[in-house]
Design a protein around this ligand. Structure first.
Ligand code: SF4
Length: 885
């Protein structure tokens, strides 16, 4: 019998979809979208749909560890409290730091921020949100006087024009993009994508502006100048509610159409078309994501966009406004509690003495941080330089995700005291003196806030395994041992939430945007039953009062209550002759951050099983890199080896590599090692989209591919990328030196023994080699080696791991690496929701499925989350083209 369904939220992106988790008789968990949640109304993307497959305890941290040995909680917590207290006593409060995560719940964040800023008395608490949307925060504060997202998701559905800047929304915010596409069907919304890459989102758009990297400021400065020349200034709005227009117009005028044309390198007619479209669409939403934020000019990019909306008064009304798409599930909640080094709490200003005193007296704390702390990149620099001597990393993996990641690893190696509280082992946990096992998504209770300011409950539906504990509990236990027991004597997340809500309403009276005072006295039962609601909800207001927007009638949170135009600086990135390519890193459809969760599911590993580099054919040729071979990406910081994916979707002069792979899944494939650590001067956000790099071919003497029943303990290859597959594992291999004895190599990888049967084949000079090992009738593993990238269908080979018996000619076919004519090869997986491969889709097209919908009807592909629909469209277009030729 199924247990009671639990309504919770997805732990991945900032869309913040509602999820219903139901325990099944067999112990598994069924996951479906929550039809009552306003963010998704029942929809889930491929990642959300696969959540039930990520709950295994593999690699879970189950017990505290001290210096690599199992320890009890008391010993570990005592040690953390003692070392932090001693370090503070000897070197001052700024010698310690916390580094958190947008994966933490608001309640976790609240107590961590309170401990650091109010009781330790420093502001050295920053989070991986610094890598995600710090530029949006800074841009909001410059323009609005507060970190306010003015609009809601409904605006994206009610707009006539949706402009997506630096956002591959199809893959990174899939459910929200499906809402935009549904709105286009209904009301003919025009979609414009501004992105140097021809992403799947760009392919789905009505207009794609493939601008030169980092030319967004010029694009929007040119737009502001155009709007001015067209007389589209909303005089009433600008005169009554804004300031600083003259300086912004002067800067925009200096750029103008010629400057925008020069910087973006767009055809003039395309630029004109965009400006005309934006000008003529009263209802326009300009939504932006990491392509804007992850830049050394990120804050200026944000303000260049906001300027255009302020100028036309297109803000805070139905279907219009600038809209920051948040990357992480609770980056917004972290911003609300002030969990960034330059914020205080509840959107109060750390630079204001009266705000600091308000918070200090509310907390009853002995001291309060007097100034902003170190932002992420500077914080780890300070660790490396010995200025920060004790650091506590919570629920994140900076050893891979921060730029110049090798330097971060080195800093952690040198740091006298490193604490990591996390769910699994990562490249960061290797450096921990104390490891604290934290409860994971399914085991935690609290709240999260999505990109449209909607607070939702995350509810636990599994007991924490081993001795794992919720993050808020761990922080409070350490705080108590540091002498602050009274201020951290919480018994539940509900208590913390109430305190957070009360603080938000304190001396507020509408003076600050963030106010959830209506929740200050929420009972435990009401907290448990809390429905998603949008802030602000001031004391006395009903939580279900409906949609809220900001600034339609001014009311900004600047001292004069006016929205500020910000003059923006148009600057172009200099190209270095030694490192002539611009490296852009980002997410792919089925992976999340450093893959601690998504790598657990074969379904999500089937779309891309190893990291890759999208590279323009001309750049590939110049660099001597052939398609499907391996390429080494080199920067002044370090290097990484990935597969070359040669495509015209990538602009010449730039390459794209996914951010996800780490040392856990690949050898030498961490792209973080090659990214650079320059930051935006206002927000401190690193420019992860534009590191300067060069490329060179990886000099492979041989390539290999294997399917394996068991995870190998030793991999004797210079390059490898290991991924879970249905029934076992798959691995890509390459080496720079010839291998003398392939049979011995295979035995190490696959396993050996007297009761195993092995078939093998090699050509005369041993350049090509194939081997399959069987335990009884079942396959234990198969290895394929060639001097060039191995041409064996991965999906077909993987299927053999699940086959109960493989005999006779079947074995020979496997060894040959080719399916027989009577066997279908599904091809590379396109639709992860229903595991449908490219060859299956091609066959359906061949049999008359001429549209994405028809393919969906035949195979179900593309009918769940929809994020593969553009790839299906590509296959249809390719088939049509082939027929025409
Ligand atoms: S769009 Fe996907 S990843 Fe994002 S919250 Fe929804 S289900 Fe989760």
């Amino acid at each position: 019998m199924s247990l009671t369904p639990i309504r919770t939220t997805c732990p991945y992106c900032g869309v913040g979809c509602g999820v219903v988790a139901t325990s099944q008789e067999d112990g598994s968990i069924a996951i479906k979208g929550d039809e009552q949640h306003p963010a998704n109304e029942g929809r889930l993307c491929s990642k959300g749909s696969a959540l039930g497959e990520t709950l295994s305890l593999d690699d879970r941290l189950l017990f505290p560890e001290v210096d690599g040995r199992r320890a009890g909680w008391d010993e570990a917590l005592d040690l953390v409290a003692r070392r932090f207290s001693e370090t503070i006593a000897e070197h001052g409060p700024e010698s310690v730091a916390f580094y958190g995560s947008g994966q933490l719940l608001t309640e976790d964040y609240y107590v961590a921020n309170k401990l650091m800023k109010g009781f330790i008395g420093a502001a050295n608490i920053d989070t991986n949100s610094r890598l995600c949307m710090a530029s949006s925060v800074a841009g909001h504060i410059r323009a609005f006087g507060s970190d306010t997202v003015p609009g809601t998701y409904e605006d994206l559905e009610e707009a006539d024009l949706v402009v997506l800047v630096g956002s591959n929304m199809t893959w990174c915010h899939p459910v929200l993009f499906q809402r935009v596409l549904a709105a286009r069907e209904r009301r003919g919304t025009r979609i414009v994508v501004i992105d140097p890459r021809r992403t799947v989102t760009a392919e789905a758009a009505d207009l794609h502006l493939a601008i030169a990297p980092n030319s967004d400021v010029a694009l929007f400065a040119g737009l502001l100048d155009h709007l001015d020349r067209m007389g589209l200034r909303d005089n009433a709005y600008v005169d009554s509610h804004t300031s600083g227009l003259d300086a912004a117009l002067q800067a925009a005028g200096e750029c103008g159409f010629p400057g925008a044309l020069n910087a973006t390198r767009l055809p003039a007619e395309l630029l004109r078309e965009f400006y005309t479209l934006w000008s003529r669409s009263e209802r326009v939403v300009t939504a932006y994501s990491q392509g804007v934020n992850q830049s050394v000019a990120g804050t200026d990019k944000v303000n260049a966009i906001i300027n255009c909306h302020l100028f036309t008064g297109r803000i805070g009304r139905l279907g219009m406004g600038p809209f920051s798409l948040t990357g992480q599930p609770n980056a917004m909640g972290g911003r609300e509690v002030g969990g960034l080094a330059n914020m205080l709490a509840v959107h109060l200003n750390i630079n204001s003495a009266s705000h600091r005193e308000l918070v200090r007296s509310f907390w009853g704390s002995p001291r309060i941080a007097e100034k902003p702390g170190l932002k992420a990149v500077d914080l780890f620099r300070a660790v490396g330089e010995g200025r920060v001597k004790a650091i506590w990393i919570m629920g994140t993996n900076p050893a891979d995700s921060l730029p110049d990641a090798d330097a971060v690893q080195e800093a952690l190696r040198r740091c006298p005291f490193v604490v990591v509280s996390d769910v699994t082992r990562t490249d960061t946990t290797r450096h921990a003196h104390v490891l604290l096992p934290a409860a994971a998504w399914a085991e935690k209770s609290g709240t999260v806030t999505n990109s449209e300011r909607r607070i939702s409950r995350q509810r636990s539906f599994l007991k924490p395994p081993g001795e794992a504990r919720p993050d808020w509990r761990i922080v409070c236990d350490v705080a108590a041992r540091m002498g602050f027991a009274e201020a951290f004597d919480y018994q539940s997340p509900a208590e913390i939430f109430r305190e957070h809500a009360a603080l938000s309403g304190l001396a507020n009276d509408g003076r600050r945007d963030f106010d959830i005072g209506a929740c200050a006295e929420l009972s435990g039962n009401a907290y448990d039953a809390l429905e998603p609601f949008q802030w602000p909800r001031r004391r006395g207001e009903a939580l279900d009062a409906g949609t809220t927007r900001f600034f339609a009638a001014g009311g900004f949170y600047t001292p004069d209550r006016r929205g500020r135009f910000v003059p923006t600086l148009v600057a172009q990135q200099a190209v270095s002759p030694e490192f002539p390519l611009i490296l852009n890193t980002g997410r792919i459809r089925d992976q999340w951050h450093t893959m601690t969760r998504t790598a657990k599911t074969p379904r999500l590993m089937s779309h891309y099983a190893e990291s890759f580099c999208e590279i323009h054919p001309d750049d590939a040729e110049d660099g001597g890199v052939a398609p499907a071979t391996l390429v080494r990406i080199v920067s002044p910081q370090g290097s990484a080896i990935v597969r070359a994916l040669v495509t015209e979707r990538q602009q010449k002069g730039s390459i794209f590599v996914p951010m996800h792979w780490t040392d856990q899944q690949t050898a030498q494939g961490r792209i973080g090692a090659a990214t650079f650590a320059a930051v935006d001067p206002v927000s401190g956000q690193p420019g992860l989209k534009s590191s300067s790099v060069s490329i060179e071919p990886f000099d492979a003497a041989w390539y290999g591919f294997a399917v394996l029943r068991n995870r190998p303990e030793t991999i004797r290859a210079d390059y490898w990328a290991l991924a879970r597959a249905e029934g076992g594992w798959r691995i890509e291999l390459a080496g720079t030196e010839p291998v003398e004895d392939w049979a011995d190599f295979a035995a190490t990888l696959i396993g050996s023994g007297e009761n195993l049967e092995t078939l093998s084949y090699s050509d005369q000079d041993q350049a090509s080699f194939r081997l399959a090992t069987f335990a009884g009738d079942a396959l234990l593993g198969a290895l394929f080696v060639a001097p060039q990238p191995v041409a064996v269908s991965r999906t077909w080979a993987v299927e053999h791991l699940s086959a109960p018996d493989i005999r006779g000619t079947e074995r020979l076919r496997l060894l040959s690496g080719r399916p027989g004519t009577d066997q279908a090869d599904p091809g590379p997986i396109v639709c992860a929701c229903f595991s449908v491969g490219a060859n299956q889709i091609a066959a359906a097209i061949e049999n008359g499925a001429a549209s994405v919908e028809a393919v969906g009807e035949t195979l179900r592909a593309g009918t769940n989350c929809g994020s593969c629909r553009v790839e299906i469209r590509r296959l249809i277009d390719a088939a049509v083209l082939k027929k025409a030729v």
